[in-house]
Design a protein around this ligand. Structure first.
Ligand SMILES: [Fe+2]
Length: 462
């Protein structure tokens, strides 16, 4: 009798309790995993706005995207007019590209998105352009088709500003020091939520830089709408039309070359059953790439700094391909801490693995768990990178929000092989709990992070 009661408890009661606990836990997390905060309703003004310059279908083209109210649908005269700067006095040389709108009904409003592709641009030339519709004409903007193989670009991990986030004052001060940047590359989570108010904030921060410097971004989870199957919210790909180059795939993929470097943009947010397609695309693109430097950009770090079991899908699908193809640099974000690692470095600095960089440019920072072979950590700041490309070297310099040099490494590639020069180890690390973390996390989480920092510091004498 006692035996059958025990068996009844193990076979029926315990699984039932576990099932109830599981249901309660899933219910309590349902909104976090699958729910979306409602988007406040908005109305797009009836004028050309949010003009953005970005990369095109090849090195000699550029896309320009913009928005207008949906009332502009059917406007036959919506065009980009552009001209070589030195031909401005002869208006007959003005070229015109027509654009038709894509009307997008978001959860809270209607937008008309446009884009135009400017082809066969001449390297080394300056161009001016404007957008003209039947009811509005912008001022003239300008951009340059830079020609040199030696250049630098800016990389920023998650910005993810809230309405008082401060990126609108940080970016001008970054640009003041980087006027000669070739383009700006963002590692995803450019917006806090897929809502018009956050897009508005981003465009206010990008300001006139968006019309002058090509802006490139990979998708992050905050550009997605949550659900049982997550969906990249369409405003992202309508803003960054270069994703249509790979339009046979449902994944947001893109590759572009600039001088001696080629960049491969992945969408690490996709459900795991889509990652196989991305892997095949990456493999093919890497094999066809003739450029000296190969740089992969994705939102989720391949080697998580928040937990060994995190991001296993993207690691399993991409890391082997990346190593096998000799990728030099992997730019990542998402985990809101700074970590620079190179898994395989000999005593003499010879490297046989990519340099992995996790970084963020957000006010929010999260607790890391000091995993892996990280050579430099960082917290409690908003970081940005200036990456300088030349035939023989890739210089990766990280700055804090006060524009203080925080990390500085050089990858050298010559006939002796590939070496890493670590100039950043001399610069003291900043590993501390931020004010933001203290104000927004529970006392338990703060204590836990403080303890992890203490233990790590005493173990490593940093
Ligand atoms: Fe993220």
């Amino acid at each position: 009798m006692a035996k059958s009661r025990r068996s009844y408890i193990f076979k029926v009661i315990l699984p039932l309790i576990l099932l109830i606990v599981l249901i309660v836990w899933v219910c309590s997390r349902w909104n976090v995993w699958f729910g979306n905060i409602p988007e406040p309703s908005y109305v797009i003004p009836n004028k050309v706005q949010r003009v953005l310059l970005t990369m095109g279908v090849d090195a000699d083209s550029r896309y320009i995207s913009w928005q207008d109210s949906a009332r502009s649908e059917g406007d036959e005269t919506t065009v980009v007019e552009y001209v070589d700067y030195y031909s401005l006095s002869t208006p007959s040389d003005t070229l015109t590209v027509e654009a038709t709108p894509t009307i997008y009904h978001s959860r809270a409003g209607v937008d008309a998105f446009y884009h135009a592709l400017l082809n066969d641009l001449r390297r080394g030339e300056s161009y001016v352009y404007r957008v003209r519709s039947s009811h509005d004409t912008t001022g003239w903007f300008n951009f340059e088709m830079d020609t040199t193989h030696q250049y630098s670009f800016l990389y920023m991990g998650d910005v993810q500003d809230e309405l008082d986030g401060g990126f609108d004052s940080l970016l001008p001060s970054i640009m003041e020091r980087n006027r000669n940047t070739s383009f700006m590359l963002f590692g995803g989570d450019l917006i806090e939520r897929p809502m018009d108010c956050y897009w508005d904030l981003v465009f206010r921060s990008l300001d006139t830089f968006a019309t002058r410097y090509p802006i490139v971004c990979v998708p992050g989870n905050h550009e997605y709408l949550k659900g049982l199957s997550r969906k990249l919210e369409r405003r992202f790909t309508l803003t960054f039309p270069y994703f249509e180059v790979e339009d046979e795939s449902d994944n947001a993929l893109y590759s572009f070359a600039r001088g001696d470097a080629r960049f491969f943009l992945l969408d690490s947010n996709k459900d795991i059953w889509n990652l196989g397609e991305q892997r095949e695309w990456l493999k093919k693109q890497l094999a066809e790439s003739k450029e000296r430097w190969k740089i992969v950009v994705l939102h989720h770090p391949l080697h998580s700094i928040k937990g060994a079991a995190n991001n296993l899908g993207v690691w399993a699908y991409f890391d082997g391909v990346i190593k096998e193809a000799g990728v030099d640099l992997v730019l990542q974000g998402h985990e809101h801490a700074y970590a620079r690692s190179c898994v395989d470095v000999s005593e003499s600095g010879e490297v046989t693995s990519p340099l992995y960089l996790v970084t963020y440019c957000s006010r929010k920072d999260y607790a890391m768990k000091f995993y892996g072979d990280v050579e430099k950590w960082g917290t409690d700041d908003r970081y940005y990178q200036r990456i300088s490309v030349s035939e023989d070297s890739l210089v990766i310099q990280t700055y804090g929000a006060e524009h203080n040099l925080y990390d500085d490494v050089v990858l050298v590639k010559d006939d002796k092989g590939k070496r890493l020069i670590d100039r950043g180890k001399e610069i003291p690390e900043k590993i501390q709990v931020s004010e933001w973390f203290r104000a927004n996390k529970s006392a338990k989480k703060i204590r836990k992070f403080e303890k992890a920092i203490e233990e790590w510091k005493s173990e490593h004498r940093r």
